[in-house]
Design a protein around this ligand. Structure first.
Ligand code: MN
Length: 491
């Protein structure tokens, strides 16, 4: 079972020189909290105790070391005792890792009968973390603040949730996207400034020809295809006699995986307008790769491909799937309104209810042979849909809370995977808000992550975040969008 334990979070306890006689107790307190965090399954990554820092030199040294450590995915600071914050300016000016300011204290309760000034001096985070908070506010640092006792499960869970966002930041800094072909012609929302995205998010998006894929496919052996088919049989029900079509998808997948391994890619795009030398549009091949955590965007949609990869990495170990998705068709029956989500082929089986079926059907678009694809009904539950768009000069991440239901009725003639959801607060308002925000027709649908994960991620990478919720109203949303335009013009 894959997990996120390889990602380390440095737990840095701040103090100053005035507290020499209680220094050992501070160390014990800090280590106890670190152990408690590591013992909680809601904390998905590894918390690493760092020696207590009491001077500008020590603080700067530990932050610079955190910057350089490739395993370090973020920094958690806690001011056990008062740590004057000018000592933190040099360090924070250099900080390159996501930051959580954890305002806690070792003792949970006030010992009413025995409390004296020694106790007060041992439990100073209530003011120490505020001095610390001033400098992070003054420096406008991207950061998360969590206040509460370390022994409380909900507090630890919030730390764990923030860690997932930080993992998303770090994964993005190394993410390579293989973009086969360009965009679907004339489509706007899938375009964007790749330089800006690489500066902000680290995503490296570079172009490849479809011939690069077909050349590798020519070298794929029968044994490799058989191996891939064996995995398909294990994972899915084969509901077609057209084994030739499935073999083509297997060959495509073997070749793509070789290219991914060689180039270190985490995500890819293709386009049905550039399939020279291909018998079919990749369908099953892409779906099966998504199931293993790779990102994909259709029609050249590299932003959604990369976002899917990042979100799948953030979600490792959580229940519920995450998939490339498209708003396809509305069901406007009064009182029973839903969106039917699907794609021509490429929706991830991680969100399937039960086992997906491999079927082969004609595909009107692309002008190629009938492609093999996975067909299934989506599972039900609370989920989010997310879309990253380029507003020109800035990136905007739009997230809508949605309620996913099992498809209301069988759709025996629909040859693709299908999911039905209702956007919050209702179909009309949620959709109007999405359209006013500029959200794409493509999105990433996730049962595993919440809007809070993505809010923390957007904060850490410094991009705009629009959240459409059960409380969203159109007048308020319009104002928020107007104000954001102004803010980004000023900054
Ligand atoms: Mn599409």
């Amino acid at each position: 079972m894959p997990d996120l334990k390889a990602h380390a979070f440095w737990f840095i306890t701040g103090s100053q020189h005035l507290y020499g006689d209680i220094f050992q107790e501070m160390i014990d307190h800090s280590k106890t909290i670190v152990e408690a965090l590591n013992a909680d399954p809601a904390v998905p990554c590894t918390v690493v105790y760092q020696p207590i820092v009491t001077s500008t030199d020590e603080i700067t040294a530990v932050i610079e070391a955190a910057n350089l450590d490739p395993q370090c995915a973020g920094v958690i600071t806690w001011m056990h005792t008062f740590s004057p914050s000018k000592m933190w300016i040099a360090a924070f000016s250099a900080l390159r890792k996501p930051l959580l300011q954890f305002d806690t204290q070792f003792n949970r309760d006030i010992p009413w009968d025995t409390i004296d000034m020694d106790f007060m001096n041992m439990n100073q985070s209530a003011h120490g973390d505020k001095e610390h908070g001033f400098i992070t506010a003054r420096m406008r640092l991207p950061r998360k603040v969590i206040a509460g006792h370390w022994s409380i499960p909900e507090i630890r869970k919030r730390i764990g949730d923030w860690m997932r966002a930080a993992v998303g930041v770090m994964v993005g800094r190394k993410l390579k996207v293989m973009r086969i072909g360009d965009n679907m012609r004339e489509v706007a929302v899938t375009e964007g400034d790749k330089i800006e995205v690489q500066l902000k998010l680290g995503w490296q998006v570079n172009g490849w020809g479809i011939d690069d894929l077909t050349d590798v496919m020519k070298e794929v052996t029968d044994a490799e295809i058989e191996n891939q088919l064996a995995q398909y049989r294990e994972r899915y029900d084969i509901a077609t006699d057209d084994l030739h079509a499935i073999r083509f998808q297997a060959k495509t997948e073997v070749a793509l995986r070789k290219m991914f391994a060689e180039g270190g890619f985490g995500a890819m795009t293709d386009t049905f307008q550039d399939l020279h030398g291909m018998e079919q549009l990749p369908g099953l091949a892409i779906q099966n790769m998504m199931a293993d955590g790779y990102g994909f965007g259709a029609e050249g949609d590299w932003k959604t491909a990369a976002l899917l990869r990042v979100m799948k990495q953030m979600a490792i170990g959580l229940p519920g799937g995450t998939s490339f998705m498209e708003d396809y068709t509305y069901h406007f029956e009064p009182g029973n309104e839903y969106v039917l989500g699907a794609h021509m082929l490429e929706v991830c089986p991680s969100i399937a209810k039960g086992k997906a079926r491999i079927e082969v059907h004609p595909l009107g678009i692309g002008g190629k042979n009938d492609p093999a694809r996975l067909v299934y009904d989506g599972s039900a539950g609370d989920a989010i849909i997310a879309s990253l768009i380029d507003m020109g000069g800035r990136l905007r991440l739009i997230v809508n809370d949605v309620t996913v239901v099992e498809p209301l009725h069988p759709m025996p003639k629909l040859p693709v995977a299908r999911v039905m959801w209702r956007p919050m607060p209702d179909l009309s308002t949620g959709t109007e808000a999405w359209i006013l925000s500029g959200g794409a027709h493509h999105n990433v649908l996730s049962f595993a992550l919440t809007a809070e994960h993505l809010r923390d991620w957007a904060e850490a990478v410094g991009i705009e975040f629009v959240h459409i919720t059960k409380d969203t109203t159109i007048p308020n949303l319009r104002n928020e969008l107007r104000w954001s335009d102004l803010i980004y013009k000023l900054s």
